[in-house]
Design a protein around this ligand. Structure first.
Ligand SMILES: NC(=O)c1ccc[n+]([C@@H]2O[C@H](COP(=O)([O-])OP(=O)(O)OC[C@H]3O[C@@H](n4cnc5c(N)ncnc54)[C@H](OP(=O)(O)O)[C@@H]3O)[C@@H](O)[C@H]2O)c1
Length: 260
């Protein structure tokens, strides 16, 4: 059975991927911690689109979670054709004052789990000479971001890693795409305690998914969703980090200090 596996599918961008790809007749494995949401979504999508949809309710931040998830799909004979590494979260604040455990868990989820799942499923894609991997990065990964230091660095990793392996896998008919959304209307900001960054006119998760799928069709190694995000990201890379960090730090510092 050919299947698309989506991590972080219980809400936000991951749920939007699930809804859109179900409509395109992908069979699905949906992964997140909130079992009730995954169960309801699977039932809804199977009924509506006549596909198969399974879920694995798992906390991906616990050690060896990527291996457990891989073994679960192997046990059920699932052939993962598309892998969407979307589960992730952010955090906002003065790094020295932040909860270290949560920062380390974030690095594990945003980076280690993504690398682990990519490596495991890539072996089989290479044998079949087909597959698609979408790794959700962020426009935050285009420059260092004071007061979101760890999160932005995890997303810089995801961009760099994904674009590098996209090239490695070109001869194998496998696309790897780093998806870089800008501010998107999801639960991200409340989970990250980053309400000051919520802006009017954020992209919808559906618009982000649309940009991603169009990029995958074109075999792009990197997709920035939305033209304002595109311009902002290019500006971020062309401007010296010393200036970018001073400007972002100057804007965010009063917001962080006013929360104390
Ligand atoms: N929203 C934005 O502005 C924005 C911008 C750029 C990039 N991104 C990236 O987009 C991705 C999706 O985020 P989103 O905006 O859709 O946020 P979201 O609505 O908070 O969704 C995050 C998803 O990840 C899952 N998740 C979180 N921790 C998990 C864990 N330990 N184990 C398993 N699943 C876990 C959540 O499900 P459960 O809580 O049920 O586990 C949820 O399904 C993230 O990688 C984020 O960094 C978001």
């Amino acid at each position: 059975m050919k299947v698309t596996l989506i991590t972080g599918a219980s809400g936000g961008i991951g749920e939007a991927f699930a809804r859109r790809l179900a409509a395109e007749k992908h069979n699905l494995v949906l992964v997140a911690r909130t079992e009730r949401k995954l169960h309801e979504l699977c039932d809804e999508l199977m009924l509506k689109h006549n596909i198969t949809a399974h879920y694995v309710a798992i906390d991906l931040s616990v050690p060896a979670a990527d291996l457990r998830l891989f073994e679960e799909t192997e046990k059920h004979g699932m052939q993962i054709e598309w892998l969407i590494n979307n589960a992730g979260y952010g955090s906002m604040g003065d790094f020295a004052a932040m909860d270290l455990e949560r920062e380390l868990d974030m690095i594990n989820l945003n980076i280690s789990v993504l690398v682990g799942l990519t490596h495991r499923y890539l072996q089989q894609m290479r044998e079949r000479k087909s597959g698609a991997i979408i790794n959700v990065a962020s426009t935050a990964g285009f420059q260092p971001v004071p007061f979101m230091a760890t999160y932005a660095a995890t997303k810089a990793f995801v961009r760099s890693f994904s674009e590098a392996i996209a090239e490695e896998n070109r001869p194998y008919n496998i696309t790897v795409t780093a998806l870089c959304p800008g501010p998107t209307d999801t639960n991200f900001f409340s989970v990250a305690d980053a309400k000051p960054l919520q802006i009017k006119g954020m992209q919808s998760p559906e618009a982000v998914v649309e940009a991603a799928l169009s990029g995958v069709k074109k075999g792009k190694a990197s997709v920035i969703s939305g033209w304002t995000n595109y311009v902002g990201s290019i500006f971020g890379t062309l401007t010296p980090n010393s200036l970018v960090t001073r400007v972002i730090g100057g804007v965010l510092r009063p917001k962080i200090e006013s929360r104390k």
